[in-house]
Unconditional design. Structure first.
Length: 342
């Protein structure tokens, strides 16, 4: 072999390595996230440092981001969709903007009921939708189950947000999965009769209404109460201190839970890097930080929730497979309409 050939071979190898290196360093992941930037940015920066993969974050409202993904179709720059509620993730899957992926790390870290059975989406954090009650007017002994909220003793005592909100739709969808249509319609109609006022505002507003005496009980996602308790706004802290969480259905199926989650888009051009990022989001330290920052529960078993969440005590969660919340969503919307839940 002549030296000229060897030197050519070496330079070819060097050029090849250079190309590979430039491809690797050019790897990036684009995220469409319905979560606020400060709730996720520090984790993404940590990931960038560890992996050398550049992460671009676009945040927006959940429904608007999904619409954007749908209209961009195959040309979307997005690799990952991060959003809240299994009902929404199911919608995204049905709209054909997500792709199925396999990952042992994700499967081993996330309990089966909190991920899509076909691998289209994966839960990242867990939130519960328990009862909150007025400390000065309700005794916990008066409470028991979601079912019992239709008792006439709660007439004009219940506050809850409107039926166009996905959290309530998913709650009703869970009842459809457990009870069937007839019982769910009867329960929903009776619950509406116990409303203290026409549905209005978000979950924080329901907590404030209980605190101010407009109603005695409300159904809210746990992190809203957590966020009010840790708020810089003293009036929010004061309101939050006037209510307490009650975990319903602890003797039977458990309290209703939902997730925030992530998925890889159909349009993704950086699939391997995107999977690597999702795997990073279920690592122990990330799970701890992310759930703590959002005041949600870690999705990975064995990770401690934040101190505030621990102070509410442990609870039994409904073990329903959450893709069913999506399957029953359309029916839930019809039932809420029939029950005249505004
Ligand atoms: Fe929320």
């Amino acid at each position: 072999m002549n030296t000229n050939f060897i030197s050519k071979l070496y330079s070819a190898i060097a050029l090849g390595m250079l190309l590979i290196a430039s491809v690797v360093s050019a790897t990036e992941v684009n995220i469409y996230s319905a979560r606020k930037e400060d709730l996720i940015k520090p984790i993404l920066q940590e990931f960038e440092k560890k992996s050398g993969i550049e992460v671009n974050l676009i945040t927006g409202k959940a429904d608007a981001l999904l619409q954007r993904l749908i209209s961009e179709g195959k040309n979307s720059p997005a690799d990952i969709l991060i959003t809240t509620d299994a009902g929404r993730l199911y919608r995204a899957k049905n709209a054909n903007v997500l792709q199925s992926i396999t990952s042992d790390v994700l499967v081993d870290s996330i309990p089966e009921q909190y991920r899509d059975p076909e691998g289209y989406w994966y839960g990242l954090t867990l939130r519960a939708r328990p009862i909150v009650y007025a400390l000065d007017r309700v005794k916990p002994e008066q409470l028991s189950t979601y079912e019992a909220l239709t008792d006439s003793k709660w007439k004009q005592k219940i506050c809850i947000r409107s039926s166009d909100n996905i959290y309530n739709q998913s709650l009703i969808a869970s009842f459809l999965a457990h009870w069937g249509e007839e019982k769910t319609l009867a329960w929903t109609s009776s619950l509406v009769k116990n409303f203290a006022r026409p549905p209005q505002g978000g979950d924080r507003d329901q907590i404030k209404a209980v605190a101010s005496g407009q109603c005695d009980i409300a159904l809210v996602n746990n992190y809203y109460l957590g966020n009010m308790l840790t708020s810089k706004d003293e009036s929010e802290v004061e309101a939050a201190k006037k209510v307490k969480i009650y975990w319903p259905n602890q003797e039977d199926r458990g309290a209703h839970v939902n997730i925030s989650g992530a998925a890889i888009t159909t349009s993704s051009k950086n699939q391997a890097a995107a999977i690597q990022l999702l795997e990073y989001l279920v690592s122990d330290t990330t799970q701890q930080w992310y759930a703590e920052k959002n005041l949600e529960y870690p999705i990975k078993p064995g990770i401690q929730p934040s101190e505030i969440l621990q102070s509410w005590g442990e609870f039994k969660a409904d073990s329903l497979s959450l893709h069913q919340l999506g399957e029953y969503n359309a029916k839930a919307v019809i039932i809420m309409d029939q029950a005249q839940w505004k």
